[in-house]
Design a protein around this ligand. Structure first.
Ligand code: TRP
Ligand code: ZN
Length: 890
């Protein structure tokens, strides 16, 4: 069954296809047990390639007929490919009939059933599980699709593009015919046949064209679609305003499905979404959920231009669409957030995620360039590196050419490549060509090392002030460690946004040696050599350097700033990102020192005082305060160390949390009371920031009270849990109890479950909260394990499986890494079990032990044993096989 295991696909082996498929006429007779697919293609030999057989991809299909120009022909099926040896010259028609079994498709790739309906997921290689095809993104065809199905069970029949025709058929069946005028690769094909209802909205675009927007959900969920629709309307307006890109279809559909491997999918005109990124009302969704919906709706909509109108030549170019589209959705959310402070909060959130997920990836066995050189399972390369680091690589281009310059570059990109399947080189070339005088244009080949070299570069900064000459010299050095397959690296082009701040916190004018006058108080230095000096003149007093403002490059900055410098930046840096960063540094330095000293930590008054001033600050936004007062995560701490003892890191961080809870008790009480939000629920940045800070305050107050045996704050939390007017407050109160107060948490959890038992997305939160709670005595692990047997738990629904397994295995190091290795045994069993159901899901979980080599004993040996046990299974999917093989390499 499983062919292709251990087959490596290489970027350098790319060749254009031997045939083009110009049109596809698909007809589906939908039946859960046996669906008939009739696929009529017009095919043309690619005259630029030598004559060779046509090899069509297929997987798990029953082939019943092959006709060329209406006549049967001889064919072979070889390694999952249908091979046609003798074909007419020029253009011909090819008809292929196959059947498949959607109800047996537990992988959720191709055509599958969910909640009694039919749905598809074709990216990256799911279309071959629907019919034989040249299933590669550089083969683009015009699709016409006819769906036939039982009318009562599947009243809604959707596919890409425009509806041509709808009719009744005998035997209670009906049909619909769709046509998509835009040629597209097979991975953008989609169909839906289900019992759904839609929220609809008519809009008129800037250019005066009318469009119909639809959000399809199950009948009971219509009251949870308002935010998704608003996000979609905002996305259409934003892409027109910022990039001049309009919606190119009369109808744009979003469909929610509860069984889905990822967040959502940008199929042309028919986006299919995980329910998690569509459904929200104030009673069921938190502020974080609302923000996630806005981002993902934006992301998929923006793909319509960056991904669909211009697509990828091959899957190595995945970041061409994903990095760029993540950059676009990040900018969208920042622009919607409005105020500089709210923009910075979004930026901090994004950088935190990058550091938490991408930095470890770049330092571990799955390290790969933004444009990878090889893969075994392409689904394994939908990674934080391709997405989030890819977005940073686009952001650096934006920084180097400026906002206007970038918009010009985008315009040139579409002028050159609309309707084409292209490469990351084509993108960077367009941005550079549109900005001939820029640093990017001047250094394009070197800049592109960001696409080809893996690993997180380190930038070391050293400053020296010379009072007599009133100069400040900054030495910047870059250095990159080897990664798998890349023993040595060449210097990058690194934009370092920066400023100098006086000891009193004043921004200083920036005049480099040789410049006639200062150029503002904020500028971008371009570090392009291994080491470079930058000398500032007319500097009145010894400054504090504020480097890498806004996190202008995805690097690790090593700047030996003293506590006093960090306190100055935390109090005064005009760049909010670096202000936050200074606070994180203060915490990090203390945490790391304590971990290295063996575990004892006692927080000093300077640090407590600084945190108190932020918390009590009269001008700072609540959302920003919440970020400053949230300590760096255990995963980020681990990445700063050569050898990791997860239990020690956890203990030290918990101890700091506890001491801050105690030392700031009155301040937390004030913060909680002062940040209540009254009136109707709105997910705007100001209200959500206030709720976030109030929830953090409450968590601290309950934690502190629990330790003292004080019942007041736990009681208040319980009351708030019961009375809350929205899910953010309710869940915040529940989390405060679960994290610190076992006796009150148990009945609250029960009550929460009973109340939301018919809301699957809320039950997911219920599982996740318990599996992600701070471990104390092994009880969190024990409970998570017991929850496997809960009647609501299932490994078949990805959201549910993830809700329990990901918080435990990927985000709760103290519960997962146990001296008795029970966490690893549990992990290996689940990876193996899920792999036979859904390899894509299994291989995400398989990555929980990526960083095993960094672990201290006894964790390290136990982890290797668990990985080896998975690797020893003979019939692993290529997905999981690739992850465990790489983990065990050298
Ligand atoms: N292109 C999708 C996105 O980022 C990603 C995606 C959705 C996907 N479903 C998938 C990738 C399944 C691989 C497999 O918007
Ligand atoms: Zn995407």
């Amino acid at each position: 069954m499983r062919e292709g295991t251990n087959t490596v696909v290489r970027r350098e082996d790319y060749t254009a296809p031997a045939y083009w498929i110009r049109t596809v006429d698909l007809c589906f007779e939908l039946d859960p047990a046996k669906t008939l697919v009739i696929n009529k293609m017009t095919v043309e030999r690619n005259a630029d390639r030598p004559a060779e057989p046509m090899r069509l991809d297929g997987e798990d299909l029953n082939l019943t007929r092959v006709l060329v120009n209406g006549e049967s022909v001889s064919f072979r099926v070889e390694n999952d490919q249908l091979v046609l040896d003798t074909l007419p010259d020029g253009s011909f028609s090819l008809e292929i009939r196959t059947t498949c079994a959607p109800e047996k498709n537990t992988q959720l790739s191709g055509l599958y059933t969910s909640g009694g309906g039919f749905f598809t997921q074709c990216e990256a290689q799911g279309f071959r599980r629907i019919t034989y095809f040249l299933d590669r993104p550089d083969v683009m065809a015009v699709f016409t699709v006819t769906l036939k199905a039982d009318k009562a069970k599947y009243p809604v029949l959707l596919s890409n593009g425009n509806l041509l025709e709808q009719a009744e058929l005998p035997n209670g069946r009906h049909m619909a015919k769709w046509h998509d005028p835009f040629p597209k690769p097979s991975y953008l094909f989609a169909l839906v046949a289900a019992n759904l209802v839609a929220r609809e909205q008519k809009i008129r675009s800037r250019s005066g064209r009318d469009h119909l927007l639809q959000v399809y959900v199950r009948a009971g969920d219509l009251d949870k679609t308002e935010h998704a629709m608003n996000s979609l309307i905002a996305s259409v307006a934003w892409d027109e305003a910022r990039f001049g890109l309009s919606l190119d279809l009369e109808r744009f559909m979003v469909v929610a499905v509860s069984d889905f491997n990822m967040g959502a999918m940008e199929n042309k005109g028919l986006n299919i979404f995980n329910t998690k990124y569509v459904l929200a009302n104030p009673a069921t969704a938190t502020d974080v959920d609302y923000a996630g919906i806005e981002s993902v709706v934006g992301h998929e909509y923006f793909h319509n231009w960056t991904g669909n109108r211009v697509t990828c030549r091959d899957w190595f170019q995945l970041s061409l669409k994903e990095g760029l589209t993540v950059f676009r959705d990040q900018e969208f959310s920042q622009d919607l957030a409005g105020s500089p402070s709210a923009r910075a909060v979004k930026r901090i959130d994004d950088v935190r995620a990058l550091r938490q997920f991408q930095f470890p990836e770049d330092a571990g066995p799955m390290a790969h360039p933004v444009r990878p050189d090889s893969y075994q399972a392409i689904d394994n390369f939908y990674t934080a590196t391709v997405y989030e680091k890819g977005a940073e690589v686009v952001r650096m281009q934006h920084t180097l050419v400026g906002r206007e310059g970038f918009a010009k570059g985008m315009a040139l990109y579409f002028q050159r490549h609309d309707g084409q399947a292209v490469t990351c080189d084509d993108f960077a070339q367009a941005i550079a060509d549109a900005n001939p005088g820029s640093e990017l244009a001047a250094r394009l080949p070197q800049f592109k090392r960001w696409y080809s070299q893996a690993g997180t570069p380190r930038v070391k900064a050293l400053g020296r002030y010379d009072a007599p000459s009133r100069t400040y010299t900054l030495l910047l050095e870059q250095h990159s460690l080897p990664s798998t397959g890349q023993p040595s690296k060449e210097p990058y082009v690194i934009p370092v946004a920066m400023g100098l701040v006086s000891r009193e916190g004043r921004p200083l004018p920036l005049q480099l040696e040789g410049e006639a006058a200062p150029v503002g108080t904020d500028r971008v230095l371009v570090l392009a050599e291994a080491r470079q000096f930058f000398t500032f003149v007319n500097v009145d007093s010894e400054p504090v350097p504020s480097l890498l403002r806004g996190f202008s490059a995805p690097v690790t900055l090593e700047a030996p700033l003293a506590d006093d410098d960090l306190l100055t930046l935390l109090a005064h840096d005009p760049d909010p990102f670096n202000r936050w960063e200074a606070g994180q540094r203060l915490a990090l330095n203390r945490l790391l020192a304590a971990v290295q000293a063996g575990g004892e930590l006692s927080v000093d008054e300077a640090f407590v005082g600084a945190m108190r001033s932020v918390l009590r600050h009269p001008e700072l936004d609540a959302a920003f305060k919440e970020l400053v007062l949230t300590l760096p995560g255990e995963g980020y701490l681990a990445e700063q160390l050569d050898v990791v003892d997860p239990q020690r890191i956890h203990a030290v961080r918990e101890s700091m949390k506890q001491q801050l809870a105690q030392a700031l008790r009155d301040d937390w009480a004030w913060a909680f009371e002062a940040h209540q939000v009254s009136g109707g629920y709105s997910p705007d940045p100001v209200s959500s920031g206030r709720r976030a800070l109030a929830n953090l305050a409450l968590a601290n107050l309950v934690q502190d009270a629990a330790l003292r045996g004080d019942a007041v704050w736990p009681g208040k939390a319980l009351q708030r849990f019961k009375d809350a007017g929205n899910m953010t407050d309710r869940f915040g109160a529940l989390a405060a109890l679960v994290n610190a107060h076992a006796e009150l948490a148990a009945p609250a959890l029960q009550r929460f479950h009973a109340h939301f038992k018919d809301e699957p997305l809320v039950i997911d939160k219920w599982f996740a909260l318990q599996a992600g709670a701070p471990e104390r005595d092994g009880s969190v692990f024990a409970r998570a394990k017991a929850l496997l047997a809960h009647p609501d738990f299932s490994l078949r629904n990805p959201n549910r499986a993830r809700s329990l397994l990901m918080p435990l295995c990927l985000n709760n190091p103290a519960a997962f890494h146990r001296t008795d290795a029970a966490g690893y045994v549990f992990w290996a069993d689940r990876v193996i079990e899920i792999d036979s159901i859904n390899p894509q899901l299994a291989s995400r979980l398989a990555r929980a032990l990526d960083r095993w080599k960094q672990l201290a004993e006894p964790y390290r040996s136990a982890a290797r044993e668990a990985i080896s046990r998975v690797a020893a299974k003979p019939d692993l999917s290529p997905d999981v096989r690739e992850i465990v093989t790489r983990a065990l390499q050298d």
